[in-house]
Design a protein around this ligand. Structure first.
Ligand code: 5GP
Length: 239
């Protein structure tokens, strides 16, 4: 079952195909973005440690590993050539260039976990988030912000992993991106980690109820469409 089916309107409903099932247990796809230094990484790690229904997607990137980062844990680190080969082989749901480096979300991992009923979290920047929303319209988009610019700068400085030039490039990017936040479903201020983790969890879990409802509605509408198609065939036969 593809996602698109959930978006069908009354007029273009397809009758149920033989042996077709609607995956009622499909997980929620949650996309989390935020300006560099907003604390998304810590927030997401805390969320997946605390609750066990989440699968945190690991992206591929061409940037160098930071101190303490491990291949396959924070990212799959690729060369430019390797990354472009993956693009050509359509291995990404989305990819984007962010401050001179490629970042991309592996397709296979996301689809497998969604189908298994896990709630999948993508921690990606905004261009990528908008691409995901186009391809998976039922995805929810969350934007995390630091309580203030001074706090954001302090966090970036404290991390100590980027040069001043990279920090400045990231702050410039934040300015460019500020207007795109309108496309997000939720904006969450990260001033208290504990409260923020709970809030994100409750938003994603709330989404399950909405999805269940739309799947139920879809199933009922498709039963009617199926019934109608059979009835029309019967009437034709009798003529
Ligand atoms: P960082 O270099 O700080 O780990 O990440 C830089 C930016 O790239 C962050 O905003 C992060 O959310 C984003 N990012 C990480 N993985 C992906 C991805 O797969 N796709 C996109 N579009 N952005 C990503």
């Amino acid at each position: 079952m593809t996602n698109n089916i959930l978006m069908k309107t009354n007029n273009d409903i397809e009758p149920i195909k033989k042996n077709e099932t609607i995956n009622n247990h499909r997980g929620v796809l949650a996309v989390v973005s935020g300006f560099s230094g907003a604390g998304k990484g810590t927030l997401m790690k805390e969320l997946v440690n605390r609750y066990h229904n989440y699968a945190l997607s690991i992206s591929a990137t061409t940037r160098d590993p930071r101190d303490g980062e491990m291949e396959g844990r924070e990212y799959f680190f690729k060369t430019h050539e390797e990354f472009e080969k993956m693009i050509a082989q359509e291995e990404f749901i989305e990819y984007a260039m962010y401050v001179d480096h490629y970042y991309g979300t592996p397709r296979e991992y996301v689809e497998r976990h969604l189908n298994d009923g896990d709630d999948v979290i993508l921690e990606i920047e905004m261009q990528g988030a908008l691409t995901v929303k186009k391809k998976f319209p039922e995805a929810i988009l969350l934007f995390i912000v630091a309580p203030s610019l001074s706090e954001l700068k302090a966090r970036l400085g404290k991390r100590g992993t980027e040069s001043i030039a990279v920090i400045e490039a990231r702050l410039k990017r934040a300015l460019e991106e500020a207007d795109v936040t309108d496309s997000y479903d939720y904006i969450i201020v990260n001033d208290d980690l504990e409260a923020c983790v709970k809030e994100v969890h409750s938003i994603i879990q709330g989404e399950h109820n909405d999805l269940d409802l739309s799947r139920e509605k879809l199933r009922n509408r498709r039963v009617i469409a199926d019934f109608k198609a059979e009835l029309e065939a019967d009437i034709l036969k009798q003529k």
